[in-house]
Unconditional design. Structure first.
Length: 552
């Protein structure tokens, strides 16, 4: 390939990486006090609301707030094979939601992932109330509850937890939660009965409140509010506090998601509505889904049904859940490549039970698929090597006439039927797979904490052998020896030495530095991605050796 082509490719690749670093989703900044008080998972809150206490205004009843003493609060424990939750009759709310199959760290003795934690704005915990559409104005209501504890075994039937409340102005509310033993799904039905003599104006509003984590798994992962609107996944990005943003359309569901987990509220039927998002100076992210308002006539009743999902962003689980919630797993531009690769990795892992080995097998499969294309490319490179003496003479003869030089070179290529771009092809065809795997390894929960061998105990994190007591330039913590990345750099150097030397000295020098550049680029990439590139390089070296040693 000529110098311009190589420069264009190298710069394009570096621009893609640089773009992801500079313009990828940014983490939300928090104060030091908040950082110190939150060492686990992001806070998530899900609440459904309608007017709770009432006051009379011009012959019509409108919502107001009512403060309830905390002394009346009771806790209800929900224990299923998948999670252990603690509900409160104040709100009613969720004080804790721990996922039994997911730990915060690689060590299985580390704490379980808790999707709920203390809120930082009021010291409150997550709650699902039936009140003012504004999440910052409503106060909790104390409900009567029919169970003190619910425990479901693997073969248990679904069980209901019922909360009931009556306001002093005649508004009766009943919230019924249904829990399943083998699902992260929770059904919620809210019944509102107007037992007064005046109509009630209000709106069922679903609230999401969260404190985003200060750390993200990758630059491509998204942490924040998402929704499925008009059958398309939308991200409601709010970058700097204090700020507000809204979006409206036909909404299927709204959710808060981080790198690997999601808390979603799904109405019974998609409806036109608005999702309003707010980011407070303290870093609290609030989302409110507002459908059309309604009026409850005197002595009448209305109901609203939701499905809640609090669990992993697992493509298979979300697909089985339905409601188009699987669209929450989106790999951006490379989705068309990423999802088939993820399914292939999952299929392989079912039999091998090691995602590292599955990545190796997937790399071999990809190499076999592209073998004819890369074989032709390497043959073209071999022919280019034969033409180097002739190209050197042409460059010397027409060094002062660039136009004629290009004409003579192209004529030589046509005569010997050589494609000067052929040498770029092996690397270019890897780019879609490379970025698809990068997205998978950064956001697919299947590879979270997935071990390989020896010191590589998390394929979604950079490989580090030993822990160094000092900082290493260009390396993100933890600091250690990136053995797999260094091996990848060596493989690139070997491959580059086997490649025909370009006739242009400037181009030859640039080629010499490419392995070093790529080593520094990969030093903070997930070890699974480095493993893919290393195995691909080794296979390419074998293919090149076979072609170059074969008699012409």
């Amino acid at each position: 390939m000529d110098k311009r082509t190589l420069l264009a490719f190298a710069l394009s690749f570096l621009v893609l990486i640089g773009w992801s670093l500079l313009f990828g989703p940014k983490q939300v900044q928090r104060t030091n006090q908040e950082e110190a008080s939150n060492s686990s998972r992001p806070v998530k809150a899900v609440k459904a609301a309608l007017p709770q206490a009432l006051e009379k205004t011009a012959g019509r009843i409108t919502p107001t707030n009512r403060i309830i003493p905390k002394a009346d609060e009771q806790e209800i424990e929900i224990d299923t094979p998948l999670y252990k939750a603690v509900f409160s009759n104040a709100g009613p709310g969720i004080k804790s939601f721990k996922l039994k199959r997911y730990h915060q760290g690689i060590d299985q003795t580390s704490p379980l992932v808790d999707l709920v934690g203390p809120k930082r704005d009021t010291g409150d915990y997550l709650f699902i109330d039936f009140g003012n559409p504004s999440p910052t104005q409503g106060e909790k209501i104390i409900y009567q509850v029919d169970h003190q504890k619910i425990q479901l075994g693997p073969r248990s039937s679904p069980q209901d937890l019922v909360f009931q409340s009556m306001s002093k102005n005649g508004l009766s509310t009943t919230q019924t939660f249904r829990f399943y033993p083998d699902q992260y799904r929770i059904d919620l039905k809210i019944d509102v009965a107007n037992q007064s003599n005046l109509p009630v104006n209000g709106v069922f509003a679903a609230h999401l409140k969260a404190l985003p984590s200060s750390k993200k798994k990758s630059y491509y992962s998204y942490v924040g509010l998402v929704l499925l609107m008009d059958k398309k996944l939308k991200e409601l990005k709010i970058k700097k506090p204090p700020a507000e943003k809204s979006i409206k359309g036909q909404i299927d569901w709204v959710a808060y998601e981080d790198d690997y987990f999601i808390s979603a509220v799904i109405p019974e039927e998609p409806a036109n509505g608005v999702l309003e998002g707010r980011l407070s100076p303290s870093g609290i992210l609030e989302g409110t889904y507002l459908p059309a308002s309604m009026t409850i006539d005197a002595s009448n009743q209305v109901s609203s049904k939701y499905t809640l999902y609090l669990g992993p962003r697992d493509l298979t689980i979300l697909k089985q859940f339905g409601k188009n919630l699987d669209k929450a797993v989106n790999f951006g531009w490379f989705d068309i490549f990423a999802k088939p690769l993820l399914h292939a990795l999952r299929f392989s892992n079912e039999y091998i039970n090691n995602y590292g080995v599955s990545i190796i097998l997937l790399t071999i499969l990809i190499k076999i698929i592209f073998w004819p294309l890369t074989h032709k490319s390497y043959k073209s490179m071999k022919e280019m090597q034969k033409l180097q003496p002739r190209l050197a003479k042409i460059r010397e003869k027409y060094k002062d006439d660039k136009q004629q030089l290009n004409k003579e070179m192209m004529a030589l290529y046509r005569t010997y039927k050589v494609n000067p771009m052929g040498g770029c092809l092996p690397m270019i065809i890897q780019i879609p797979v490379f970025f698809a795997l990068y997205r998978i390894l950064g956001t697919a929960i299947e590879l979270r904490h997935a071990p390989f061998v020896l010191w590589i105990n998390d394929l979604s994190a950079p490989d580090r052998l030993f822990v160094l007591p000092f900082k290493v330039p260009f390396m993100s913590p933890p600091y250690g020896i990136p053995v797999l990345t260094l091996l990848m750099g060596v493989s690139m150097f070997v491959q580059q030495k086997m490649t025909p030397t370009p006739g242009d000295p400037t181009q030859a020098k640039m080629m010499m530095f490419l392995p070093i550049i790529f080593t520094f680029m990969f030093i903070n990439f997930p070890s699974g991605l480095v493993l893919y590139w290393l195995v691909n390089n080794v296979l390419s070296i074998g293919q090149q050796y076979r072609i170059y040693k074969k008699p012409a």
